[in-house]
Design a binder for this molecule. Structure first.
Ligand SMILES: Nc1ncnc2c1ncn2[C@@H]1O[C@H](COP(=O)(O)OP(=O)(O)OP(=O)(O)O)[C@@H](O)[C@H]1O
Ligand SMILES: [Mg+2]
Length: 259
């Protein structure tokens, strides 16, 4: 059994993908003693920023690793203030990736090759992917590289839009790319408030994804504050409700083995 490969994917913006990716990665490193690599695949660079890393600088990023054939992935990996947690950052330079890789027929598999190499050469226990709010080359590459897909769904009116598409895309990746191991392992309801609409959307999620719905992530301003300080919630406000909720969800993701 190789390293776990967990991706946080939803094409809709602002569904807490980055928050959950960063906190799950940090929790696995600090509480479970795992060696974790967090891979930022978003031009916004929020995964790195959430951990206090200045991603605008000229250091190597994911785009360099995927485009340049002579750059080893290790050269772009940074350690973080959290022991056991490394990050491979992104920034704006990822924006023109599809054009830069257009001539490469195997472009969808490049990320997977990078992860396979890292898995063989380094002792990471878990790879955590933070996906962008879009569909396209990057999200498809993540699906081909990952095994467990976690879908954070904000409990708003349009929440269910996109969920069915993600399930269909996972099916497509399984069949067309021969990636038998991939599955939607959990759906995480996010930005939960006790409104009738939120409860209705939650009930629908529990119906469609029976047995695979995590505890909801309620609204807690400390989580936003922590990110603005480049720290995790456990560093910023360890006794907050946000800290408790994110720990519960991280442990549910960890317990939910893919198969
Ligand atoms: N439980 C929460 N309560 C309050 N604010 C939150 C909570 N979770 C996340 N946020 C804030 O909501 C915003 C969006 O969250 P986040 O960046 O995790 O979403 P995302 O899905 O990664 O967004 P994008 O699609 O742009 O990548 C951030 O400012 C974050 O700090
Ligand atoms: Mg994000």
């Amino acid at each position: 059994m190789g390293a776990r490969r967990v991706a946080f994917i939803n094409e809709k913006g602002g569904t807490c993908k980055t928050t959950l990716a960063v906190h799950t990665a940090a929790w696995l490193a600090s509480e479970k003693g795992r060696r974790v690599l967090l891979l930022d695949l978003d031009t916004q660079g929020h995964a790195g920023k959430s951990l206090g890393i200045d991603v605008r600088g000229s250091s190597l990023t994911m785009a360099d690793v995927l485009v340049a054939e002579n750059i080893e992935p290790e050269a772009a990996i940074l350690s973080t203030a959290i022991s056991g947690l490394d990050v491979l950052p992104s920034n704006r330079s990822l924006a023109d990736l599809p054009e830069r890789l257009a001539a490469k027929p195997d472009r969808h598999r490049l990320l997977r090759q990078v992860i396979d190499e890292l898995e063989a050469r380094r002792d990471y226990d878990v790879f955590v992917f933070d996906a962008p709010p879009s569909v396209g080359l990057v999200t498809l590459s993540i699906m081909i590289a990952a095994r467990e897909i976690v879908v954070p769904v904000a409990l708003t009116y349009f929440a269910l839009d996109g969920c069915a598409e993600i399930v269909q895309t996972v099916e497509m990746v399984r069949e067309e790319y021969g990636h038998e191991d991939i599955e939607v392992s959990l759906v995480v309801p996010t930005l939960h408030r006790r409104t009738r609409l939120a409860e209705e959307v939650l009930a629908k999620l529990e119906h469609y994804f029976a047995g695979s719905v995590a505890s909801p992530l309620g609204f807690n301003v400390k989580i936003d504050e922590a990110q603005s300080h480049g720290r995790t919630i456990w560093e910023h406000a360890p006794s907050s409700r946000g800290a408790q909720m994110l720990e519960t969800i991280a442990s549910e993701i960890w317990e939910k083995r893919a198969r």
